[in-house]
Design a protein around this ligand. Structure first.
Ligand code: PBG
Length: 330
């Protein structure tokens, strides 16, 4: 790119001198429409529980979901991402609870879609909340078995669709699962249910607080490197996205978000398809901690979100969604 003009004819500060002119020339803006809020649900009644590793984020029993959903509605957040905190006694080797039509996610979906049909709900397709190992798939001969896992995930996706889930979000990183899920949904007359594929999910160190939030944290760190992407790579992300789009994904997710803005930008340029970003739990907790310790100010939250838009994301899953929307919607 050739730079046009030179000093003193060109003074870049002329477009920065007042707030109104900065607003006129701004390339990216954040709106409540760009935000998705993760919501953690738990068993029991009348429970709103804080999560130690994620200050400000809470787990809600189904009867208390109104507290958070009223805010989602008030601040016009279009979609929530639902995650279950599964009690230890419901976990087993094969993550059987994932297919229980009366599990926490299914009951939550039914309640939410009945009371708040206008709020979009996305659900993870993966077994990690339900397996004793904390892995996203099932273990056969000491390996996470791709094809056997897909069989379960496909059923999990169908069950979620039957319960009213709007956006099925496979986050397991098994090969070929999007195609199988799409086929299963179509066959059962859920052809209009969306698939948001966690196509580009890195084996990141920034998921720690989330694993605590859904109760899948282990004493020894879980190694998901045989299925999640290598943090040193970007070539794989093109292949992952190309395959998932071919298999029927409507939207693509990059995760974590902040650490992988380069990937978002490359994918947006290449595919011209909706790319969403997940500002993950570790990224959230770091900023939150910085603010608490007065190393950062509140505006650092907005800065972290606008970065995703600049990179090319159309929407951001963020634990800050309500905090941000509060400032935008009055
Ligand atoms: C599970 C899942 C994870 C997250 C979303 N879905 C954790 C993992 O893969 O271990 C992480 C979200 C976050 O850290 O905020 N498949």
């Amino acid at each position: 790119m050739k730079i046009i003009g030179s000093f003193p004819n060109t003074r870049l500060r002329r477009l920065r001198k007042h707030k109104w002119i900065r607003n006129i020339v701004s390339e990216n803006n954040i709106s409540h429409n760009d935000l998705i809020l993760p919501v953690f649900v738990r068993e029991g009644k009348n429970k709103i529980e804080t999560i130690k590793s994620m200050p400000g984020v809470k787990r809600y029993s189904i009867d208390k979901l109104d507290v958070i959903l009223k805010q989602v509605k008030k601040y016009k957040i279009p979609m929530i991402a639902l995650f279950p905190y599964t009690s230890f006694n419901k976990k087993d080797e094969n993550g059987t609870e994932a297919l229980n039509p009366n599990n926490l996610i299914c009951r939550s979906l039914k309640t939410i879609k009945k009371k708040y049909p206008e709020i979009g709900v996305m659900c993870d397709v993966a077994l990690d909340p339900y397996t004793l190992s904390g892995h996203d798939g099932i273990i056969i001969n000491k390996k996470i078995d791709n094809d056997e896992t897909i069989k379960i995930l496909t059923k999990q996706a169908l069950l979620q669709a039957q319960m009213g889930c709007d956006v099925i979000a496979p986050s397991d990183m098994m090969d070929g699962r999007v195609g199988h899920i799409r086929k299963m949904l179509d066959k059962n007359n859920f052809k209009d249910v969306n698939i948001l594929s966690y196509a580009v999910k890195f084996a990141s160190n920034y998921y720690g607080p989330f694993r605590d939030a859904v109760g899948s944290k282990k004493k020894i760190k879980i190694d998901k490197k045989t299925y999640q992407m290598d943090i040193r790579n970007s070539d794989d992300s093109y292949k992952e996205v190309a395959l998932d789009l071919k298999e029927g994904a409507d939207m693509i997710l990059v995760k974590p978000g902040m650490m992988y803005l380069d990937i978002i930008s490359k994918l947006k340029n290449q595919f011209k398809t909706p790319i969403l970003a997940y500002q993950v739990s570790g990224e959230y907790s770091l900023i939150k901690d910085g603010i608490k310790n007065k190393l950062l100010n509140e505006d650092s939250i907005l800065e972290s979100i606008i970065a995703f838009k600049r990179a090319g994301a159309c929407a951001i899953i963020s634990y800050f969604a309500i905090d941000i929307a509060k400032k935008l919607v009055r």
